[in-house]
Design a protein around this ligand. Sequence first.
Ligand SMILES: NC(=O)c1ccc[n+]([C@@H]2O[C@H](COP(=O)([O-])OP(=O)(O)OC[C@H]3O[C@@H](n4cnc5c(N)ncnc54)[C@H](OP(=O)(O)O)[C@@H]3O)[C@@H](O)[C@H]2O)c1
Length: 377
Amino acid sequence: MQYVPFGKTGRQVSRLGFGMMRLPTLKKGDSQVIDREEAIRMLRFAIDAGVNYVDTAYVYHGGESEILTGIALKDGYRGRVMLTTKLPQWLVEKESDMDRLLDEQLKKLDVSYLDFYLLHALDGSSFDKLKRLNYQKFLEKAKADGRIRHAGFSFHGEKDAFVDIIDGYDWDMAQIQFNYLDDTAQATLEGLLYAQRRGVPVVVMEPLRGGALANPPEDIRDTIDANPRGWSPVEWAFRYVGDFRNVPTILSGMSSMEQVQDNLRIFEDVKADDLTEHDKVFLAALKRSYLSRIKVGCTACNYCQPCPQEVQIPRIFEACNEAFMLNQPSSLKWNYGGIIKDNADGSRCVACGACEAACPQGLPIIQLLREIDAQAR
Ligand SMILES: NC(=O)c1ccc[n+]([C@@H]2O[C@H](COP(=O)([O-])OP(=O)(O)OC[C@H]3O[C@@H](n4cnc5c(N)ncnc54)[C@H](OP(=O)(O)O)[C@@H]3O)[C@@H](O)[C@H]2O)c1
């Protein structure tokens, strides 16, 4: 295992961190029924092999992840790791909710303190809410009374909001979604480098895009197999993220012991500034191959919004592109199901044409909506 210094903690952190969001389950489709025995065996195996950073949250596995994590960290394992959980900020309505939720989480985890407490899944508007509710006072108090040692936030918004949040407080870390497809999405590579300039270490989540990069479409897999490095798709994805100096630890949500073992093997050798120019060119070509599979040239400029029928056109195109890019037709049905539930699907279109008149890309939106609607149901 490789280790690096972790910001202001004064501690060395393992470059592989354990994300407690994708644990093995006993009942297909029910994430709440964790296979406790196997999950505990996996986490302890990883810690015994050198992993010393564990990431959970209030909502993972329908609330069960924190409980399982607490149990797995008994028998002396708690003291061997840095433990992180997150404030479910969407449940915070008044100032006292933050204290109440933190106390509830410490109880569920059955620990006296957290190494890191993150404000979960921030974006611009949730950060505004927490500012109004005095989040700084809450974090300072929790640090002073010893319930948390360090404070940070995880992020799923746009880059400008990320920069605002970084500048808003003396953070000990930030956590972003980042992988070789997402360097221009959410916080973006630019955001990551901004955090570096401000001295805020960035923990990475979704390095395999939730697993999608582990199972590439056949042509991309063939390209990877032909590279003389001999690295697997998973290893390429981890090495891309691991190359950044400001990323102390990379979270993987491992769902089997085989994945734990594979990732431990890979992280024996994942070092910053280690990729060659050839490797970087190869990764950029992989990204281009993924992007070339995109079906609709929508740039999400939102000029077509609001639609008089409330069809969420960019969201529908994004769901379609994601499914084609990753060769995951089931993801289109899943995401489109959410769009239907929100009464924003393509079947509401009455072909008024307002969107086509506004679209700077000149997309045949009405026809595309019809095709996607037929395919996604
Ligand atoms: N704060 C937030 O808002 C937020 C959001 C997302 C994640 N997170 C945290 O970040 C962690 C990491 O994100 P993530 O779980 O999405 O990570 P990820 O590494 O992008 O995806 C994990 C998935 O990748 C696959 N995988 C992992 N190792 C593999 C291997 N060696 N070979 C083949 N497949 C492999 C597994 O998919 P299969 O199970 O399909 O095999 C696994 O479930 C989470 O667990 C969670 O702790 C936080």
